[in-house]
Design a protein around this ligand. Structure first.
Ligand code: NAP
Length: 451
């Protein structure tokens, strides 16, 4: 049996980073990947999604440029060559797969395509071959959850959005979290009619309510998006080229017709079929249970990233991998814990919605809170008829003005938050922001003059 110091299951963002760093420490490392090198982020998530966001923004820019005096013929969806766009997006993911493999190869990490499972706490079966390891790191990620509804097999998930044979004329989307809102705005930008179905009144659970309400108000103004709250899908049936979607909206039953049905109803950890059932480390939603440094109660087994699910985000998996290496491979006993509260979260809807730290609701549970906010039209909107406002909200501790949360919604918000992360980590206060002078005319200069 071939033996390794470390076997990593899953070549996504977390697994690849951990494998590479371990190999750089001189360890003999094997990575096993079932599907795509680079994992969800590169192949079926962040990267191709963001490329579609850019594409959809080009469509919006064509509209917007008219308000600046450009004389354009009527923009039509047919101007978009979907085949060309989706082929280019998929080609880019293939290029990135190659880069991931090269990074591993250059660091002398062994790679194996196949389905892996543990045969004991120190052995891994890949198809029919067994490998031994001192340590096993599970970084197998997550997959979309498809609710159990009659006919749900007729729907698709975010995995399928990048290889649609054609751009649908209409799409119904189940779930109004990150993926639901992002794809609703992408598709609406392309001129697709979108039904966005949310099972409750609450959108984007965990985000600041006032900011998500602001964003939702803007999204609802989009004439291509119809929002259905308190609505659940009861049944889906195929009718020639469309789907009949029966929904229950409170006491009312309604029938929606659309070409596609996208389930964006959360994700499930990929922890099944890994031989972990009897080890007592699988928790709710299949998430693996590990300590602050990603070690399970079975000492040779570690896990990080979406399969653990502390924050199902690529930069989190990478940061966790770095902590795992520092603690368990380098052996540094002074590794600081990852500060999950200081990790910004961004939804690439239109407008973007960004959160760093606590929402007002969370902050009020622990602090006396003072809120500073501004809603305004950026200069870029001055000449536009259909203006897209921006919202800045600071949640501070009322006693010492320490910043507890920063919330932004509007164009470019996700890029803007980064500079505030170190400030937040250093427990800066609103008074620190007040001392700063911004650049004029910009959006973020407003954050230095909030009162
Ligand atoms: P999500 O953000 O957790 O949202 C899931 C949505 O589906 C919620 O509206 C939820 O409603 C609803 N839902 C759950 N179960 C349902 C059911 N059985 N029937 C109908 N609706 C249901 O999940 P997601 O959008 O699928 O994204 C998954 C994760 O991927 C995110 O949490 C995030 O960590 C990551 N992600 C990040 C980004 C980014 O960083 N920009 C982008 C995409 C994905 P309730 O609120 O009522 O539960």
């Amino acid at each position: 049996m071939k033996k390794f110091d470390l076997i990593v299951l899953g070549a996504g963002s977390g697994g690849v980073r951990a494998a590479r760093l371990a190999a750089q420490q001189g360890l003999k490392v094997l990575v096993v990947e079932k599907r795509h090198w680079g994992g969800t982020c590169v192949n079926l998530g962040c990267v191709p999604k963001k490329l579609l966001v850019y594409a959809s923004d080009y469509a919006r820019s064509i509209h917007k440029s008219r308000d600046y005096g450009f004389k354009l013929d009527d923009y039509k969806t047919s101007m978009l060559d979907w085949q060309e766009l989706s082929t280019k997006v998929v080609n880019e993911t293939h290029r990135l797969q190659g880069i991931y493999k090269k990074l591993l190869g250059d660091n002398k990490v062994e790679m194996l395509n196949g389905t892996a499972g543990l045969s004991s706490p120190n052995t891994v079966m890949v198809d029919n071959e067994e490998f031994g390891a001192d340590k096993i790191l599970i970084a197998t990620g997550s997959r979309p959850r498809v609710p159990e509804i009659p006919g749900s097999g007729l729907g698709i998930t975010s995995d399928d959005m990048f290889s649609l044979p054609q751009l649908p004329k209409s799409i119904s989307i189940v779930g109004a979290g990150y993926i639901g809102l992002e794809f609703a705005c992408i598709m609406a930008g392309f001129g697709v009619q979108v039904n966005l179905l949310n099972r409750s009144e609450a959108f984007l659970r965990g985000f600041d309510k006032e900011v998500s309400d602001f964003a939702l108000e803007q999204i609802a103004k989009n004439s291509n998006i119809t929002i259905y709250t308190n609505s659940v899908v009861k049944q889906v049936e195929k009718k020639e080229n469309t789907l009949d979607i029966s929904i229950q909206n409170g006491d009312k039953s309604e029938q929606l017709v659309s070409e596609q049905l996208l389930f964006a109803a959360g994700r499930i950890a990929n922890s099944d079929n890994l031989g972990l059932e009897d080890l007592g480390i699988v928790g709710d939603n299949g998430n693996l249970q590990v300590d602050d440094y990603y070690q399970s109660k079975v000492p040779s087994i570690y896990a990080l990233g979406d399969v653990v699910g502390r924050r199902a985000l690529t930069p989190v998996a990478i940061a966790e991998a770095k902590k795992f290496i520092a603690k368990h491979i380098v052996g540094d006993d002074k590794v600081e814990l990852l500060d999950y509260q200081a990790i910004p979260m961004a939804v690439f809807s239109r407008p973007e919605i960004v959160m760093l730290g606590m929402s007002e609701e969370q902050a009020k549970e622990e602090h006396k809170v003072k809120v500073y906010k501004a809603k305004f039209n950026p200069l870029s909107e001055a000449l536009r008829e259909d203006k897209s406002p921006f919202f800045i909200k600071l949640v501070c501790d009322a006693t010492d003005n320490k910043i507890l949360g920063i919330h932004l919604s509007g164009s470019g918000a996700a890029e803007m938050i980064h500079g505030f992360v170190p400030l937040y980590m250093q427990q800066a206060s609103k008074d620190d922001l007040d001392m700063a002078v911004g650049v004029h005319p910009t959006i973020m200069e407003e954050i230095f003059t909030l009162s």
